[in-house]
Design a protein around this ligand. Structure first.
Ligand SMILES: [Zn+2]
Length: 573
């Protein structure tokens, strides 16, 4: 998801959402959903936590005029522990009419879904390691989003000439708004087959590779797609009378990548402008990070009636073809970054989603640096710095739900997983150097330092694994660095004292643990990197000298001037 662009920028971003005639007869937020359905991730009952989805076959018919869907989902599940029943997440606004397991129909008394978790009684327990194929037929009126993509559900919009323009999101509340699923990050299917049936004249671009389009006698079409390991929330609906721009990118790794933009009719010019950014943005990511992870599927975006979301190989784009003084479409670039940070590497626990958002956020100034140099990078980093709030640690060390992380009002780090995450990475890069930093990054993303198309698989990671990679690549233990920056809310602070010709520097850090982070000091124009082993240093500095600490802002640390600015800005709100 894109950062909610705190303060005034948020209003600006909201205003940019394309004007769409509101076709919704259902009001926003209807039908209401249960607390259970609102939860994505978090602690799961043991019998569900051990389930893994090997394959998902999902067929959905979309009825825009009635604002209904009808689906058949076939989940091929395995279990890591013996379970007496199956627990599958599904909004109860989508009632189930039939279930079969391994081809055998169940009686209606064998399932119930009072609160949004479908419980299926098994004739005999599913043994650890065993597989079951569960076919679920359902239909109903899915929940309408209040403020997509910052909450979730359907958006039943219309194009300017009154045709249906349908989209869904589910990052916050989860996949169970749309289909029966395992609503936690590790619940993603290894492979999926999608079959979306839409009214005549409409298209349904989706994840992965197009297998084919079936035409029916009533004029409707079924769009069949095959994809590898999309996040559960990455499967969604996009239905409209889309026009298509397509092309091909010849990668420096030798493979050719199919490119698409499905946009609304009449938006050709704006869409072509964003499409023209695909190749140069890929040049950047493939050079700095490594191969585009889904080169054998496609790189695509689709125009949506909400701002954006990282839907694997079919990213949602609703940024109105906005121009930015940074020189590129930041919405497109952010969601594309998630193809590496979020879709190729996925945090197994929402608690570690700074890996998705911090990295995606940091890719923006790094792209500014790539395109224009240090000045652009510094300006963009400075913009992020003002938004770091430090109310809660970026990582709690617990199993969390999406909202417990993304929403500061729920006790989560909120936007800090973006902007503070980016500054932590900036500080790390300046501490360990570019070679080590990008090797760490490649190992995080691909699980190996030498990725090439075909030699890596999508993977899960965690903050702990990330720290281990840093320690391994550098040959030193940097746990102290992450213990302060990720696991503590407050920032480290440099305490500076001058007495006569002596300058004393000391790190003051929350938790009072070790913090030997070296820092650059400039004395009368002369720079030196000061060793801070023991968290302190003493320098001989003439009493009359002009001293600057960290003159290039290479380190994230507490700043009185930013604290004062934030307090002032809060008072003015
Ligand atoms: Zn994001």
């Amino acid at each position: 998801m894109i950062v909610t662009r705190f303060t005034a920028a948020l209003l600006f971003a909201t205003a940019l959402v394309p004007a769409a005639a509101d076709a919704q007869t259902l009001r926003r937020g209807e039908p209401p959903i249960t607390e259970q359905t609102q939860i994505s991730g978090g602690e799961r009952p043991a019998e569900q936590a051990g389930l893994r989805l090997r394959h998902l076959d999902l067929a959905i018919e979309v009825f825009p005029e009635r604002q209904r869907i009808a689906g058949v989902a076939t989940l091929t599940l395995t279990t890591e522990r013996t379970v007496p029943r199956l627990l599958i997440d599904l909004d109860k606004n989508l009632p189930v009419s039939a279930i079969s397991i391994d081809g055998r129909d169940l009686a209606a008394s064998q399932w119930s879904n009072p609160e949004g978790q479908l419980a299926i009684t098994l004739r005999r327990p599913l043994r650890a390691g065993a597989t079951a194929q569960v076919k679920i037929t359902y239909a109903g009126t899915p929940h309408v989003a209040v403020r997509a993509p910052w909450d979730d559900g359907m958006v039943w919009a219309r194009t300017q000439d009154g045709k249906p323009w349908v989209a869904s999101t589910s990052e916050g509340y989860g996949c169970d708004l749309l289909y029966p699923c395992l609503d936690f990050p590790e619940g993603e299917a290894e492979t999926v087959d999608l079959h979306f049936t839409v009214p005549a004249g409409l298209k349904a671009p989706a994840n992965g590779k197009l297998v084919g389009v079936d035409e029916h006698s009533d004029g409707r079409t079924t769009w069949n797609w095959h994809a590898k390991s999309p996040n559960p929330y990455s499967l969604m609906l996009n239905v409209a009378p889309y026009k298509e721009i397509s092309g091909s990118y010849h990668s420096q790794y030798g493979n050719d990548i199919a490119l698409y933009f499905w946009h609304l009719p009449g938006h050709e010019e704006g869409a072509q402008g964003v499409f023209d950014e695909f190749a140069p943005t890929l040049d950047f990511f493939e050079t700095l990070i490594g191969p585009y992870p889904w080169g054998d599927e496609k790189l695509a975006i689709v125009e949506t009636p909400y701002l954006g979301m990282e839907h694997q190989t079919i990213n949602a784009y609703g940024n109105s073809f906005a121009k930015s003084y940074n020189g590129f479409d930041d919405l497109f670039q952010h969601e594309l970054a998630h193809e590496w940070f979020g879709n190729q590497v996925t945090a197994a626990n929402w608690d570690d989603y700074w890996i998705h958002e911090g990295y995606a956020q940091y890719m923006q100034p790094l792209y500014g640096l790539w395109r224009e140099g240090e000045a652009r990078y510094d300006v963009m980093m400075d913009e992020f710095r003002r938004g770091i709030m430090n109310q809660h640690p970026i990582v709690s060390g617990q199993v969390r739900t999406e909202e417990q992380v993304y929403e500061a009002e729920n006790g989560g780090p909120g936007n800090d997983i973006y902007v503070k995450g980016a500054w932590v990475l900036h500080t790390l890069r300046n501490t360990i150097g570019d070679d080590a930093f990008f090797e760490v990054t490649r190992r995080l993303v691909y699980g190996r330092p030498d990725p090439k198309p075909g030699n890596f698989e999508p993977r899960f990671s965690s903050t702990r694994e990330y720290m281990d990679i840093v320690n391994d690549v550098t040959g030193q233990n940097y746990d102290w660095f992450f213990n302060v920056y990720l696991y503590q809310a407050a920032l480290p602070k440099i305490i500076e004292a001058r007495q006569g010709d002596t300058l004393t520097l000391r790190w003051q850090v929350p938790g009072d643990g070790p913090f030997p982070l070296p820092i650059e000091v400039q004395v009368d124009g002369e720079r030196q990197l000061v060793d801070m082993r023991g968290g302190t240093a003493t320098l001989n500095v003439p009493a009359s000298a002009h001293v600057l600490i960290d003159p290039d802002a290479r380190i994230l640390r507490q700043s009185d001037q930013i604290d004062a600015y934030q307090a002032y800005a809060m008072r003015r709100q």
